[in-house]
Design a protein around this ligand. Sequence first.
Ligand code: GTP
Length: 202
Amino acid sequence: MTDIARTCIKISLLGDQAVGKTCICSTFFGLEFMENTLTSIGIEKNETKMKLENGKEIKVKIWDTAGQERFKSISLSTIKNSQGVLVVFDVTSTESFKHVTEWLKKIKDQKENIAIVLMGNKFDLPNRTVTKEEAEEFAKKNKLSYFESSAKLNKNIQEAFAKVVNEAYKLSSNAEGNELNNNAKKKKTEGGCFGSKKKKQK
Ligand code: GTP
């Protein structure tokens, strides 16, 4: 069987407006936390390198999307080319938690084979309205990994990214490897995210 050495993973951040997606990205990239942010109006792309659980180093492209309703279709358009999604809600906003169901549906409508990790952000705030237990139960029901994060305190940010990137790598390497096996002429997909093919003994 032909195995494909994936060299790049794309991750989208989705979720309602003001849940903290941009701050999560900034913290992930080692930037200072911003108390006041401007609402996103498009897609902000950044990239870095990460070491996977298997020791391999991989390029990771992060797409920070806009949560505002009027930008939803642009934000959702990132799913097609992503291998993983971080769905973020704000633990002080029950509405943003309720909307997670919608975000999940929209993701699954577009792509079945995608890694999804749920993040309940802003756990540093005292006025939370979504309990850890209900978020964990929801995640369990939907077979998702769940992280309570704080971009402000830089808690569980690296962990959530590590989880989604590793899951995305495993899922996409298998699925897209099979797809490429079925189409030997197809040499490259998704903007050069694959390295060389190698033979794997079964
Ligand atoms: P859109 O771009 O509109 O979709 O918003 P967003 O999800 O990117 O939210 P953003 O990162 O801009 O953060 C919105 C507000 O929440 C800002 O005032 C941030 O300072 C604040 N915020 C983000 N993360 C945290 C956190 O972990 N803790 C606290 N206390 N505030 C946070």
